[in-house]
Write a protein that binds this ligand. Structure first.
Ligand code: GDP
Ligand code: MG
Length: 162
C-alpha cells in the first residue's frame, strides 16, 4: 500500500492548485468560487521516484453549523486516513478563525504536519508567510502553487517523513 499524503485547509487557499503542481498536470479543479472540490479525491502521485497517494479535500457545503465545522470535519476524516498532512493556509489572507479550527484538530494528530503558506508568488510575500508561525505548527513553508515556487523543497522534506 502506498503512503497517503492529505491536503487540508479551508476553501480557496489553493489546495487543488497545489495538487496540480505536485501531479505536474491539471487534474484537480481549481476554482475562484470556494467549495468546488467534491469530498475527497485521491490521485496517484510520484515525486523524486517515490510513489504515493495524494488526497485533495473539499466539498463542504456551509451547513447549519457553518463553514468552520464542515471544514474541520473534512480535515478530520482526511487526517485519519493519511500518513502525513499538508495544511494549506492563504498567506495573503493570514490565519482565519476557520484555519484556527483546523489547527486545533491537527495538534491532536501524531501524523507529521507541514504548514504550507501558499500564494507566496515572489520574495516580497515572504514576510506574510512568517506571520503563520503564530499558528504554533512550526515553520511555515512558503510556496506558490500557481508558479511552483518552493514546492520542490517542500516535497523533498515531506517525502522524508512519509
Ligand atoms: P481550494 O479551494 O483550496 O482547492 O483552492 P483552489 O486551488 O481552487 O484555488 C483557489 C484560488 O486561489 C484560485 O483562484 C487559484 O487560482 C488561486 N491560487 C491558488 N494557488 C495560488 C498561488 O500560489 N498564488 C496565487 N496568486 N493564487 C493562487
Ligand atoms: Mg479544491
Amino acid at each position: 500500500l502506498l503512503p497517503v499524503l492529505a491536503i487540508v485547509g479551508r476553501p480557496n487557499v489553493g489546495k487543488s492548485a497545489l495538487v496540480n503542481r505536485i501531479l505536474g498536470r491539471r487534474e484537480a479543479v481549481v476554482e475562484d468560487v470556494p467549495g468546488v472540490t467534491r469530498d475527497r479525491v485521491s490521485y496517484p502521485a510520484e515525486w523524486a521516484g517515490r510513489r504515493f497517494t495524494l488526497v485533495d479535500t473539499g466539498g463542504w457545503e456551509p451547513d447549519a453549523r457553518g463553514i468552520d465545522a464542515s471544514v474541520a470535519d473534512q480535515a478530520e476524516i482526511a487526517v485519519e486516513l493519511c500518513d502525513a498532512v499538508l495544511f494549506v493556509v492563504d498567506s495573503r489572507v493570514g490565519p482565519t478563525a476557520t484555519d484556527e479550527r483546523v489547527v486545533q484538530l491537527l495538534r491532536r494528530t501524531d501524523r507529521p504536519v507541514f504548514l504550507v503558506a501558499n500564494k507566496v508568488d515572489d520574495a516580497a510575500q515572504e514576510p506574510a508567510a512568517a506571520v503563520l508561525w503564530s499558528l504554533g505548527l512550526g515553520e511555515p513553508r512558503p510556496v506558490s502553487a500557481l508558479h511552483g515556487r518552493g514546492v520542490a523543497d517542500l516535497l523533498d522534506d515531506v517525502l522524508k517523513a512519509l
